[in-house]
Design a protein. Structure first.
Ligand code: GDP
Ligand code: MG
Length: 163
């Protein structure tokens, strides 16, 4: 069985866009409407000449326990719990939000190996974007632009080092 990497984060940070880039598909629904991915979507990342790994996209953790949003959140948590590695995806444009703080607190409790991925850094100073999340305490966060496929090879290297 392939090792499993889960994409976790609040809605609209670009998890599905990243999933599509990693798996080279258009399977995940990418939308401007937050919370568009409600189920778990599985795919495989097959980097050339390197180890393949499975990827699961989630609808995001929205901090609610009730209704459809709650169901989506529970799915995302379940995906994180079964993963070998969690990619905690955040939005470099918006910086750290209260919901990111909540998700981080949950991830710490879940105690899964986690890599911080700062997305949407196109047109931004990458170091400044990473610094926005310095207080989260990840020693080696990765900045990417999923929409522009920038930083993806480095991200895959970091993932494979941890699998
Ligand atoms: P999800 O809810 O976390 O799955 O987010 P989506 O993948 O659906 O993306 C939400 C929005 O952010 C869409 O409008 C994407 O086109 C946009 N987006 C995703 N990645 C990037 C990126 O790297 N840069 C920019 N500028 N926009 C992005
Ligand atoms: Mg999505």
């Amino acid at each position: 069985m392939l090792p499993l990497v889960a994409l976790v984060g609040r809605p609209n940070v670009g998890k599905s866009t990243l999933f599509n880039v990693l798996t080279r598909t258009r399977d995940a629904l990418v939308h401007d409407e937050p919370g568009v991915t409600r189920d778990r979507h599985y795919g495989v990342c097959r980097p050339e000449g390197r180890q393949a790994f499975a990827v699961v996209d989630t609808g995001g953790i929205a901090g609610e326990d009730e209704g459809l949003v709650g169901a989506t959140t529970r799915q995302a948590r379940a995906a994180a719990e079964e993963a070998d590695l969690v990619l905690f995806v955040v939005d470099g444009r918006e910086g750290a939000s209260a919901l990111d703080d909540e998700i981080l607190a949950w991830l710490r409790k879940a105690a899964r190996p986690t890599l911080l991925v700062v997305n949407k850094t196109d047109g931004l100073d990458s170091q400044a974007a990473l610094n926005e999340f310095a207080r989260y305490g990840f020693s080696d966060a990765v900045d990417v632009s999923s929409a522009h496929r920038r930083g993806i090879d480095d991200l895959i290297d970091e993932v494979l080092e941890r699998l």
